[in-house]
Design a protein around this ligand. Structure first.
Ligand SMILES: Nc1nc2c(ncn2[C@@H]2O[C@H](COP(=O)(O)OP(=O)(O)O)[C@@H](O)[C@H]2O)c(=O)[nH]1
Ligand SMILES: [Mg+2]
Length: 348
């Protein structure tokens, strides 16, 4: 099998009306939250293929959650549904009045999954948290999460609280796809080396069409950022921006794109731009024109090496010539044109 192409079967299950199709449409089909109310009920299983990062295809099985269907999934369709599953995403509606019954159904699904795909990842989304008052949200989420774990024999599961009305949806789905991306360690090692090289406080890599966070690195300074949910906030904001751009340029949100956005303040510089065919990169560097220009140019240079490494699936080192930070000289004494060691941003 070609290691560069990965197809993963993802089961999306949970009671009818719990919000499965809504979130799938928002994350992968560029719907906005207010539009998903128009979606019809899912009858039986709806298959869709979504591409992620170019080489990962998610084969999504959105399984209608009406009782009659649930019964056939567990009986006559059992092997067909539960074989070769990479990920089960199980959605619990926080508003459901039949918590015990929901847990029993979930437990039967877990048993079937264990029988046919014991190596699958299991993610449980405790969904529609917007319907719970803010001050009770965390407590109720944690109680429900404990209950679900107690019924998840054989599997070490991840749980997320989510709502289509805020950024929590992006956090949950970024957590899910993070587990599925081939060669993630190559991407992460590359970004770590790159961040160090350009003295970045933070770098976030977003997938181009979903704007989900693929991965991120932050320096000691970057880690002090008090906005703990900034990654998913950015996903949410950028998705909304794409909709706005599409409206104003008469295109579709899927094709609305931009090359670069920048913000320069006395405290920091930020730019967000197209990186590879499938990604956008968000870079935060210290203030000053030199630091900014250096980071932009190095990002342009790094692009090529990054695409190559990420596709080939191995890491051959950082694509830029090494610069001695104390002298600003390259390996054979040359001055690297993009070195920022001769002018520190503070000296401007
Ligand atoms: N309040 C709230 N409603 C939601 C949320 N997600 C979905 N819904 C609503 O729940 C209903 C059922 O959603 P749908 O996606 O069709 O559920 P499915 O049967 O699991 O596919 C729709 O009216 C959605 O607008 C959410 O996070 N919060
Ligand atoms: Mg549905």
């Amino acid at each position: 099998m070609d290691v560069r192409k990965k197809k993963k079967k993802v089961l999306l299950m949970g009671k009818s009306g719990s919000g499965k199709s809504s979130m799938r449409s928002i994350i992968f089909s560029n719907y906005v939250a207010k539009d998903v109310r128009r979606l019809g009920a899912t009858i039986d299983v709806e298959h869709s293929h979504v591409k992620f990062m170019g080489n990962l295809t998610l084969n999504l099985w959105d399984c209608g959650g009406q009782d009659a269907f649930m019964e056939t999934y567990l009986a006559s369709q059992r092997a067909n549904i539960f074989s070769d599953v990479a990920v089960l995403i199980y959605v619990f509606d926080i508003e459901s009045r039949e918590v015990e019954r929901d847990l029993d159904t979930y437990n039967s699904i877990i048993e079937a999954l264990h029988e046919f795909s014991p190596g699958a990842y299991v993610f449980c989304l405790i969904h529609k948290l917007d319907l719970i008052q803010n001050e009770h949200r965390l407590r109720i989420y944690e109680e429900r999460s404990l209950l679900i774990r107690s019924r998840s024999e054989h599997f070490k599961i991840d749980t997320f609280g989510s709502s289509i009305w805020d950024q929590s949806l992006y956090k949950a789905w970024a957590g899910i796809v993070h587990k599925l991306i081939p060669n993630l360690y190559v991407i992460e090692r590359f970004l770590q080396a790159f961040a160090k090289k350009i003295d970045a406080e933070e770098i976030i890599l977003f997938e181009r069409s979903t704007f989900l966070t693929v991965t991120s690195v932050s320096s000691d300074v970057g880690s002090m950022n008090p906005i703990y949910d900034r990654h998913e906030r950015l996903s949410n904001i950028m998705k909304a921006f794409k909709h706005c751009a599409a409206r104003n340029t008469h295109t579709t949100p899927a094709s609305a794109g931009f090359l670069v956005m920048q913000t320069k303040t006395p405290q920091f510089n930020v730019f967000l731009g197209r990186f590879t065919d499938n990604t956008y990169i968000f870079v935060v560097v210290p203030p000053g024109e030199v630091a900014y220009n250096c980071a932009v140019l190095n990002t342009l240079l790094a692009r090529e090496g990054f695409s190559k490494d990420a596709i080939v699936g191995h890491y051959e080192g950082f694509p830029l010539p090494t610069v001695d930070s104390s002298t600003g000289k390259g390996p054979n004494g040359s001055t690297h044109p993009l070195s920022q060691s001769d002018t520190s941003p503070d000296e401007e």
